[in-house]
Unconditional design. Structure first.
Length: 408
């Protein structure tokens, strides 16, 4: 009797064979028993072009543990692979193509976000990316990566382009990055439909680039505003006052930790990972700022504790609470606007150089000058400026508030 070429194994054999190695069922189907009794089905065939043996895993094999593909299910998959070969197709290439076609924009974008968010300096950046994908680019979520075209990208961007220009620009860049990453992973081919130069730049209208300024109180009004803040004895009010006195960004003050404060040197060092410029920023502490810190930092406070802690003591005061309090006291004003008030005061009422004022605000001020103002004397020049600002905020008359005019 001729030896059967197909269906050499019985269902019982397929589930009970334990000898390591390959056990053929015929028709290119093999039960593979590996080290540790791992069981799987494999379709083994010769490449039509090279003649080399190729192996395509079909999935785990059912065994004693009663999970995986049964013999019948494995035979069905193997039959489908043989049909592909009869049609001139390579099974492995076909399966890869099917997987590629199945990957959609939404899940891939979120997967990419998870892999790159560790490099974001601002913790809220990841949530902004996620919101952009899930809300503004929702129409792309179910689209296959290789099928997304220019028209679909434009349908997402156009409703935002002139209404929310900054959001639209950021979203375009993020979509472009997702599609670039998909191409690198072999999930799409061709040019990027979200590319800007020479592509979407020719299809979208020019956006207005008028700069939006934060509302700033006149510096003459600052002493009165500070009087109202000081009338409130809460920790929230102390945070607001400290923020104005030190001229730092709102998040930098809110998230200050005890170990950053050096009472002996009278400085506060904001770590690079919490600054916009990505480098340590040393703030000279003077007068009222030191009084506030001594009042809010408990004598038994641990180094890593937040200076301006919320009710639980484990987290800083809630985001935007200081800004909201400022708006109640001075409607329309913002904490960032108070930095502008300080800068206007520097230019109009003092003789401190532009470089000293910009260094106080932790602004980029050019390579050579920046290096000069990172020397030790720059801190003392900034301390002198902060002393003058401290006095101005306290409402000390200008005749008593001696402001140097020859500091360069």
């Amino acid at each position: 009797m001729a030896k059967r070429q197909l269906h050499r194994l019985t269902a019982r054999q397929a589930e009970t064979i334990s000898k390591p190695g390959r056990h053929g069922d015929g028709g290119n189907l093999f039960l593979v028993i590996g080290a540790g009794a791992a069981r799987s089905w494999c379709f083994i065939y010769r490449d039509a072009d090279t003649g080399r043996l190729r192996e395509l895993g079909l999935g785990p094999a059912k065994g004693v543990r009663k999970h995986g593909l049964t013999l019948a299910q494995a035979r069905e998959k193997a039959a489908a692979m043989r049909q592909l070969r009869l049609g001139g197709l390579d099974p492995i290439a076909h399966c890869k193509a099917e997987k590629t076609q199945a990957v959609t924009f939404g899940p891939f974008a979120l997967e990419l976000l998870e892999s790159i968010k560790g490099g974001f300096r601002n913790p809220k950046t990841a949530s902004e990316w996620r919101r952009g994908f899930e809300v503004h680019a929702k129409a792309l979520a179910a689209k296959r990566l290789n099928a997304i075209d220019t028209a679909e990208v434009l349908s997402v961007l156009k409703p935002l382009w002139l209404v929310k220009p900054k959001t639209a620009r950021e979203l375009r860049g993020r979509i472009e990055r997702v599609l670039d990453a998909a191409k690198v992973k072999g999930l799409r081919t061709g040019s990027n439909p979200a590319a800007w130069k020479g592509h979407l730049s020719e299809l979208l209208p020019v956006q207005s680039r008028r700069k939006q300024h934060h509302a700033a109180a006149a510096y003459d009004a600052v002493p009165e505003i500070m009087d109202k803040i000081r009338a409130d004895t809460s920790t929230l009010a102390r945070l607001l006052e400290f923020n104005v006195l030190t001229c730092v960004r709102a998040e930098e003050a809110r998230a200050a930790r005890v170990y950053e404060i050096d009472f002996e040197a009278k400085t506060w060092t904001i770590p690079a990972d919490r600054t916009k410029m990505g480098r340590d920023h040393v703030v000279p502490l003077v007068g009222r700022a030191i009084e506030i810190l001594k009042a809010v930092i408990h004598k038994d406070a641990q180094p890593n504790m937040f200076v301006f802690a919320g009710r639980s003591g484990e987290k800083p005061i809630g985001k935007d609470r200081a800004t909201n309090l400022l708006r109640e006291i001075a409607p329309g004003a913002t904490l960032h606007g108070m930095r502008s008030s300080f800068r206007d005061w520097c230019g109009d009422k003092t003789g401190f150089s532009r470089e000293v004022a910009e260094a106080t605000l932790a602004h980029a001020i050019g390579n050579q000058v920046e290096q000069a103002y990172r020397r030790s004397d720059a801190l003392e020049k900034r301390r002198a400026l902060m002393n003058a600002w401290d006095a101005w905020c306290a409402g000390i008359p200008e005749s008593d508030n001696v402001v140097p005019f020859q500091i360069n």
